[in-house]
Design a protein around this ligand. Sequence first.
Ligand code: ATP
Length: 310
Amino acid sequence: MSAPALHLQGVSKHYGPVRAVDRVSLEVRPGELYALLGLNGAGKTTLMRVVLGMVRPSAGTVTVLGRGRGDRSALAAVGYLVESAAAYPELTVRENLELARRLRRLRSPGAVQDAVELFGLTEHADRRARVLSQGNLQRLALARAMLHRPSLLVLDEPVNGLDPAGVVEVRALLGRLAREHGTAVLLSSHLLGEVARVATRVGVLHRGALIDEFGTAALPDRVHRRLELSTRDDARAVRVLAAAGLPARRAAGTVVLEGARATDRPEDVAAALVHGGVPPTALAVVREDLEAHFLRLVGAEHPGERSGDR
Ligand code: ATP
C-alpha cells in the first residue's frame, strides 16, 4: 500500500481551557477523499490549520507527504483553501491565477488557462475579482488551490457559496483529481448528506475529538431503519404484534417497529396483523435521514426523521 499523504498521531491543540483539537489520529492516502465532519466549533478549521503548519499543535505529530513539521518543503506540494476565499479584488481572475502561478514558481504558463477552463471561469477570466459572485470567487479560490496539481489538497468547506450546479461540478472535479491523479483530499463539512456524495471516508469530529470514522460505502448499512405502519386500531395492533413476538410502539399517529426482523420482512408483520384482525392501512420501511444519523452520532438532539434520503 502507498505511504499516507497525511498522517496525524495524537494531535491536540488547546487554547487555554478550550480543547479545539483533542488527540486526533488519522491518515489520508493518495487518491482518498477524506471528509472531516463536524458541527460548528468542532475543531475542523483548527485541525486543518495544524496540518498546514499555520498553527502549532500543543501535542502530537503531523506528517505531510512523508515529512515532519520541521520540514516545510512538503508544503510546496500541498494546495489549500481554508476559511475565506480571498482574492485580490482589483486583479482579474486571470491575473489572480497568474500571480499565484508565479508565487508557486510554476514554469508552465498554460497552467492558468487550464485552471480557467477546468473551473468554468472562461467567461469571467478578464473580470476583476471584486465583481465576481460568491460562487465564482469560490471557483477562483479552488482553481488557485489546485493550480500546481498538489499531491495533498486541504479544503475547508469547499462547496460553500456555490449554487447546486457548482456543487456538482466541484464534487466531480475532486473525484477526478483523486481517481485520475491520485490526489489526496482532506475536506471539511457540516453536512453528512454532502460528504456522502464526495468523500470516500468520513471522520466525525466532535468537541475536538475524532469520535467515529467510516467509509461512505458503509453508510447505507449504518443508518437506522424502522417499519412504520397504521391500522384502524393502533392500540390493538401493538397488542397483536407483541403476542406475535414483534415488539412495537406507538409514536405520532403510527405504529413503529425496529430491528431487522421487522424491516427485512415487513410481509411477516402485515400477515400477523391480518391474522389478528387489524390489517395495516399503510406500511413502509423508513430510513433514517443522513443528517439525523450524524446528529445521533454526536449525541445531539433529533430534529425528526424523514424517509427517502439514501
Ligand atoms: P466552524 O464550522 O464554525 O468553522 P470548526 O469546526 O472549524 O467550526 P474551529 O474554528 O476549529 O471549529 O474551532 C474549534 C474551537 O476552538 C472553538 O471552540 C473555537 O472557539 C476555538 N478556537 C479556535 N481558534 C481559536 C483561537 N485562536 N483562540 C481561542 N479559541 C479558538
